[in-house]
Design a protein around this ligand. Structure first.
Ligand SMILES: Cc1ncc(COP(=O)(O)O)c(C=O)c1O
Length: 143
């Protein structure tokens, strides 16, 4: 949600407005809605397990939506996924699934496998560690 302070410092009672300490007139804060009621309802349904909690780590550790859990569960229940490095039917569909996701990621960033490589890691810390250990800082010069 985009929060804009259009009237910084505006405090106190505005004529004809209820003296609500949380109102825009009292706080100087104005909110611009970016989701309509239908979108908001869908979003709330996807994260209903949050109840009244406020989760603030989406950028670092994003929560999975309920539709993602259902879809993932269905995938695991329907298919047999196995080690992608072998040559058998379950390995082949695993390799295909990984390639599909790799290409979706590249397409999301408007690029292709000719330009970038997608490397799957266990998380952000693991990814940063790989970069720190393998990037040729200083042009590859160890000194
Ligand atoms: C608050 C917080 N969220 C998310 C992360 C990312 O976790 P991960 O490295 O497991 O992806 C970290 C990493 O330190 C973190 O401190």
């Amino acid at each position: 949600m985009d929060v804009r302070n259009k009237n910084e410092g505006a405090k106190g009672r505005v004529e004809g407005v209820e003296n609500d300490e949380t109102s825009p007139e009292s706080t100087g804060l104005f909110y611009m809605e970016i989701l309509n009621q239908d979108e908001l309802k869908k979003l709330k349904a996807e994260f209903s397990r949050l109840k009244n909690s406020c989760y603030l780590d989406h950028a670092g550790a994003s929560l999975y939506a309920e539709s993602q859990i259902a879809s993932h569960f269905s995938e695991l229940q329907t298919n047999i996924y196995s080690n992608p490095h072998s040559r058998n039917p379950s390995s082949t569909i695993t390799t295909d699934a990984i390639d599909f996701v790799r290409h979706k990621i590249l397409a999301h960033f408007g690029t292709t496998a000719d330009e970038y490589t997608v490397i799957f890691t266990s998380g952000a810390t693991s990814a940063l560690k790989i970069v720190a250990e393998s990037f040729e800082f200083n042009g590859g010069n160890p000194h």
